[in-house]
Design a protein around this ligand. Structure first.
Ligand SMILES: Cc1ncc(COP(=O)(O)O)c(C=O)c1O
Length: 385
């Protein structure tokens, strides 16, 4: 039999991050500023709730949509935080992280050949999930000059009659940038004008440092055109628990649930109990983690500036995206040589789209001592290059 593997999968490029981290595996004493997850363990009260759920024997499936208690808590949380109203019965679906939410969204919304606008640099799975369902990503290359933000003009020009949706992620992975309410209002006008769906990935929304996050769906008239994705991985340091949620119009959530019930059934039950605990009493630990990330952000920004590696100031998440253009190296060459010579792992910027070339992504979700040592090593690397 020829062609065992489907064409769609064969055409998919392996993730640039994975390729690079295959190199890191097996090397000793590497300081990794590469991974996109917190260095904190999940707060204890959340872990304990997961353990207690096990002890009580909650080891069966939940409803396909997810534990009702968790959906209700999400609905209350979103109402209190953003004034958003979602019906826990039919407008909220618990997913295996935002990852599953993204995949379900594409499969539920996109017919083969339809287009999805993907601003880049962006999180690595967006173009993959669009392509896997037969859709076509339309890349919009944001620039350092525009603070890596999607402008209404660029969005408007990217949309044509085959465009079904746009993916908006803020605070952003890999740049850490976010949008003001005014900027979101301007994007909203374009979305309403063209009558497309906005899929917002707001997974870092609680990790914002200098401003209040505005949820896209809270901008009034656009709520019924918005699919809101969020999860527990980043805000609550719960990447391994695999819990996210999708909120949106009933017909979209019901279509996503149809796929989810055949492919996943439900999110692991004990993880859902733990997530419910995160919402009811995880606030204090989020604030403590956030304070620490902010301290590290100041430290890494001033260090990079001192070394002449300029970057757009991130306002959230735990990434910085400095330019390495003045080193005359490509992103991959910089990352490989830094790894080999100084044992510091960063992600080459082109892993996030071709306009990420000339940049690297540094994650500061890493202990302060290691960050300090990593900066010293980067300084040494630049001196010797
Ligand atoms: C922007 C963004 N969206 C989604 C995800 C996936 O998160 P989850 O663990 O909820 O699947 C990540 C993970 O790095 C991310 O950075």
């Amino acid at each position: 039999m020829k062609d065992i593997i489907s064409k769609r999968v064969k055409d998919l490029q392996p993730s640039g991050i994975r390729e690079f981290f295959d190199l890191v595996m097996g090397m000793r004493d590497v300081i990794s500023l590469g991974v996109g997850e917190s260095d904190f363990a999940t707060p204890w009260n959340i872990r304990e709730t997961g353990i207690f759920a096990l002890e009580r024997g909650y080891t069966t499936y939940t409803s396909n949509k997810g534990l009702y208690k968790l959906r209700l808590q999400i609905a209350r949380f979103l109402k209190a935080r953003h004034g958003l109203e979602y019906d826990p019965d039919c407008e909220i679906l618990i997913t295996v992280g935002v990852s599953e939410g993204l995949d379900l969204a594409m499969r539920a919304l996109i017919n083969p050949g339809e287009k999805v606008v993907v601003p880049q640099p962006s999180y690595v799975s967006y173009d993959a999930v669009v392509s896997l369902c037969g859709g076509k990503p339309t890349y919009v290359y944001t620039t350092e000059k525009d603070g890596f933000k999607l402008t209404p003009q660029a969005l408007n020009s990217a949309i044509d009659k085959n465009t079904k949706a746009v993916i908006l992620n803020y605070p952003s992975n890999p740049t850490g940038i976010s949008y003001t309410k005014k900027e979101l209002e301007a994007l909203k006008r374009v979305i309403l004008k063209h009558n497309i769906i906005c899929i917002t990935d707001e997974i870092y929304d609680e990790l914002t440092f200098d401003y209040t996050h505005t949820s896209f769906a809270s901008l009034g008239s656009v709520k019924n055109k918005t699919l809101y994705l969020n999860g527990f991985s980043k805000n609550y340091a719960m990447t391994g628990w695999r819990v996210g949620y999708a909120c949106g119009p009933k017909d979209i959530i019901s279509a996503m649930t149809k796929i989810h019930q055949y492919t996943i059934l439900c999110v692991p039950t004990i993880s859902q109990f733990a997530a419910a605990e995160a919402l009811s009493s995880g606030r204090r630990s989020v604030e403590a983690m956030k304070r620490e990330y902010k301290r590290r952000r100041e430290f890494i920004l001033s260090g990079l500036n001192r070394l002449g590696l300029k970057c757009v100031k991130p306002s959230g998440a735990f990434y910085v995206f400095p330019s390495i253009k003045n080193t005359q190296m490509s992103s991959l060459e910089f990352a490989k040589r830094l790894l080999k010579q100084q044992k510091v792992a960063v992600v080459p910027g082109d892993a996030f789209g071709k306009n990420g070339e000339g940049f690297i992504r540094i994650s500061y979700a890493c202990e302060m001592d290691k960050l300090k040592e990593a900066l010293n090593r980067i300084e040494e690397f630049l001196r010797k290059k």
